[in-house]
Design a protein around this ligand. Sequence first.
Ligand code: PMP
Length: 404
Amino acid sequence: MTDIHSLRDDFPILDKSLNGQPLCYLDSAATAQKPNKVIDVIKTFYQAENSNVHRGLHTLSKNATNRYEAARETIAKFLNVSAKEIVWTSGATESLNFLAHGLSQALNENSKIAISPFEHHANIVPWQEACKRTGAQLLVLPMLENGVLDEAGAISLLQTHKPDILSIGHVSNALGNIHPIESLIKACKTLGTKTVIDGAQSFMHLRPDLVALDCDFYVFSAHKALGPTGVGGLYGRYNLLNTLPVYKTGGEMIQEVTFAHSTYRDAPGKFEPGTPNISGVIGLAAAVDYLNNISPSALQRYERALYQSLLQQLNQIKGVTVYGDTQNNVGIVSFNYKNEHHYDLATLLNTYGVAVRSGHHCAQPLMNMLNVNGTVRASLAFYNNEADVEHFINALKATIELLD
Ligand code: PMP
């Protein structure tokens, strides 16, 4: 297994400068940087291998098809599921829309869908639309005052309301909290509640074993896990997945088409009409191959230590408020400084070469519950190091001096 400290060199962008300063990239929760291996695989595909899949008899097309289907095996193995349970989409957003569309077909005005207060808009709005269509009720699990999910309260709410569906993020993109989804899924099992896990923020950091988790669906985006943008997918327990209705329609997903009617392939084929993002899928497989060379426990230890160091130094700055669960966290620090606007802080940090996100992080309901209109979010990955933490803390102190 690879030594984590040496991996930074694989990421060419991390050598670049930003506004005349060395780049300090602390925005991996928005999108992760890409190692050379992923960049090279995509470049080589277009230079030497480009062809459509599932169509041609010629060698290029056959090779592209093999690579595309091998990628499905790679991702399935990474998540410890079967390849036929993986559907490619354009990312977590499309996966959640697909599931909200499919799973809501069976709902009516007596139905309930539960989500958590921490959800990204991509895991709120599709369910709201499903509720509008069906008359189902949207329930929100409770939060403790310190920005942590109320686990006992959540289980009690599930037991009382027995929702048809629970859709919850494994990790909050706004705060980094790792949610206790194991106990929630277990509770759902006894209630007959279907479980959808938004894995956009956990795929790379936590590398979940979906058999152990025992969830029904899990969605992900390649770009949050070293892969390219515009591609991702979902896992679905096969007997459930195969019963979902088609979402998008067109070529490739069919068995037979007449002017009177069409019949469809089995999952996953029936959910993948049209020419897919072939280079994206192959790029994601390269990203997962890269992650497979890193020990998951070593990665988590490394990110945890860096997070603790960042948090400890941030907490020493008077006037800083950090939000969320600092005990169970993938390495996201969400904070404000006194009454300064998060936008001003992030704008000034940018002049020091620091890339952080500011705003509501597509989690407006959560920001309302925390009584803020946004935060500054610094998010880490294994390619960050202590020098990044020092750079960030110095830049923040300089920013604060300017503002005070
Ligand atoms: N869920 C979570 C938790 C996310 O962090 C994101 C991306 N910020 C999404 C869903 C949506 O992912 P994408 O934009 O790649 O579709």
